[in-house]
Design a protein around this ligand. Structure first.
Ligand code: IPM
Ligand code: MG
Length: 372
């Protein structure tokens, strides 16, 4: 029996292309693993009204971790239209399978490294090395939303918060509410993970990115908790920055920042910004990490227009594979893979179109494998 069982979830669009690239390096490393395919994504929404079938959940429960490509997700009405005719009008609503996976498996930490590799022509600056820690199960992604607004919900809110009276005259069809839910435990966990990582890697600062001057309760809880946790790490500074200012500072002085920690939606936004500073989504890896399970995925989407063309940059996926190896405890292999990636970028001979080259996804993966 293989040492590891890995759920293999290509998903949609270029997810398939980049997973093939990952397989090339994993085979070269000769990782003692069994890769088991799982169904996930748009195809299963259209055919089964469920982009994350139960059989896939079961598969994940029987594996050590999952490697995931990309998924297409669309807003409510568009998703509805693409459902196969016999499934229409049965009350199915689309949900994002990756968001559901994060919640169902309590993959509470989304870790997103954004490092400028030497020789990458797309670097905004060459000394950027930021790691975003994004709370992954709550916040505005908790999925607690109301539309049309039920009368009893409106009443309860009005009774408890005078500000609700402003909306008295608004009809229930003309108002929508999405709740931002943040628990103390989730704040503690994400901030602790960020500080532990900083400690382990010798980083000097952790920046909590919120907006407590306006979003007093939820952002406030995150910042207050960060101050509490920071006391356990006297050698690491805690910086506090508002999300809007953070975006400005990241464009102005990106090299100043090291570890960022934030709630779900802000983390989604700021991690795309950080990715662009180091060459774009073609270089952005991520891990959805829980206490005993993890799903690794590149930050990019499924880019349907490039699907099957082997055009997109596999570096994000290869760096994601590196994160998976680290998490499995395959530290040597992880280091070797990162070095191989760094060498290929530095040499600059084999490059996908985004880097000004004309090589395919698989040629880049092969070049990395050749260095291993
Ligand atoms: C990400 C993506 C997802 C998110 C989408 C695909 C649901 O943007 O992983 O950053 O919003 O979390
Ligand atoms: Mg995103």
């Amino acid at each position: 029996m293989a040492k590891y069982k890995i759920a293999w979830l290509p998903g949609d669009g270029v997810g398939n292309d980049v997973m093939e690239a990952a397989k090339i390096v994993l085979d070269k490393i000769d990782l003692d693993a069994e890769y088991i395919h799982g169904d996930i994504g748009w195809e299963f929404w259209k055919k089964e009204a469920n982009p994350l079938p139960d059989r896939t959940i079961e598969l994940l429960k029987n594996t050590d971790c999952a490697l995931f490509g990309a998924i297409t997700s669309k807003p409510k009405e568009e998703a509805q239209k693409e459902l196969s005719p016999e499934l229409q009008k049965q009350g199915h609503t689309y949900f994002s399978p990756i968001v559901r996976l994060r919640q169902e498996f309590n993959l509470r930490t989304n870790m997103r490294p954004c490092k400028a590799f030497e020789g990458n022509p797309l670097n905004y600056k060459d000394d950027i090395d930021i790691v975003v820690f994004r709370e992954n199960t709550e916040g505005l992604y908790a999925g607690i939303e109301f539309y049309p607004l039920p009368d009893d919900v409106r009443e309860v809110m009005k009774k408890n918060n005078a500000k609700m009276a402003r909306f008295d005259a608004v009809a229930k069809e003309d108002i929508a509410i999405s709740l931002r839910v943040i628990t103390r435990q989730a704040c503690r966990d994400i901030v602790t993970d960020a500080f532990e990582f900083a400690k382990k890697t010798g980083r000097k600062s952790v920046t909590v990115v919120e907006k407590p001057n306006v979003i007093r309760e939820t952002s406030g809880l995150m910042v207050r908790t960060a101050r509490e946790i920071a006391k356990n790490y006297p050698e690491i500074e805690l910086w506090e920055t508002n999300i809007d200012a953070m975006c400005m500072w990241l464009v102005k002085n990106p090299s100043t920042y090291s570890v960022l920690v934030t709630s779900n939606l802000f983390g989604d936004v700021v991690s795309d910004l950080c990715a662009q500073l180091v060459g774009g989504l073609g270089f952005a890896s991520s891990g959805n990490i829980g206490d005993d399970y993890a799903v690794f995925e590149p930050t990019h989407g499924s880019a349907p227009k490039y699907a099957g063309q082997y055009k997109v940059n596999p570096m994000a996926m290869l760096l994601t594979t590196k994160m998976m190896l680290d998490w499995l405890g395959e530290t040597q292999n992880a280091k070797a893979l990162e070095n191989a990636i760094a060498e290929v970028i530095k040499e600059g001979r084999v490059r996908t179109y985004d880097m000004g080259g004309s090589n395919t996804t698989l040629e880049v993966a092969q070049a990395v494998a050749n260095k291993l």
